[in-house]
Design a protein around this ligand. Structure first.
Ligand code: C5P
Length: 218
């Protein structure tokens, strides 16, 4: 099969990362978790105490930042300025901060270029919020993965087990609101995206649907 660029967008907890990883394994593709890039900017900003409303500070931070995914025996790792920050960026406070810095134009512009650079070779799946709408409007196939707020919160809660369910529900509600109402690259499905609701589906069930859509599309 020819190598394509596939995008998977959707809200927090819809299962994008799990499904992207499984789909990439089935197709022998790479997958890129673009949320990790926003988390990296948030993590670095927090480390040097730059607040999300300090546009100039964030701009300087981004200009001095190098981001790179590598694969090693632990799986895919994210290096920021050469340091492995894969585990640190999953902390709940970084999650909320990521959604705040993601609304800042200089941050989105910085990461837009990085993401497009990463797409030079095809046979890749990009997952995020604006992959099919803004970053890769000409992607070969686009998916929008959604699920009920309850199902997404439960999944996140079971995955992390670091916060009470009620806190996870509130965090997701707050991020949904911020991600879908920001003026730049808000979370929404592309007009030509295939929409999948995973509320009552297993990850395997979603991947099966996607594989059949991919086969039908080409
Ligand atoms: O996907 P994840 O939950 O790790 O993303 C963290 C945050 O990064 C999201 O809440 C969203 O604000 C932002 N993000 C984004 N655009 C993307 C990927 C993530 O705005 N393509």
């Amino acid at each position: 099969m020819k190598h394509f660029l596939i995008t998977i967008d959707g809200p927090a907890g819809a299962g994008k990362t799990t499904v992207s990883r499984m789909l990439a394994d089935c197709l022998f593709y790479r997958y890129i978790d673009t949320g990790a890039l926003y988390r990296a900017v948030a993590y670095e900003a927090k480390t040097v105490e730059i607040s999300p409303d300090n546009d100039a500070g964030l701009e300087n931070l981004c200009h001095a930042m190098t981001l790179k995914f590598i694969r090693d025996e632990k799986g895919t790792r994210l290096l920021s300025n050469g340091a492995d920050i894969t585990d640190q960026i999953r902390m709940p406070e970084i999650t909320m901060l990521a959604s705040a810095v993601a609304a800042v134009p200089v941050v989105r512009e910085f990461l837009l270029n990085i993401q497009r650079d990463m797409a030079r070779e095809k046979g890749v799946i990009f997952e995020g919020r604006d992959m099919g709408t803004v970053v890769f409007p000409n992607a070969d196939i686009k998916f929008f993965l959604d699920a009920s707020h309850k199902a997404r919160s439960l999944r996140r809660y079971n995955e992390l087990k670091t916060q009470p369910l009620e806190d996870v529900e509130n965090d997701i509600r707050c991020r949904d609101e911020r991600d879908s109402t920001r003026s730049l690259a808000p979370l929404r499905s592309a007009d030509d995206a295939i929409i999948i609701n995973s509320t009552d589906l297993s990850a395997e069930g979603v991947v099966e649907l996607m594989l059949s859509d991919i086969k039908n599309a080409f």
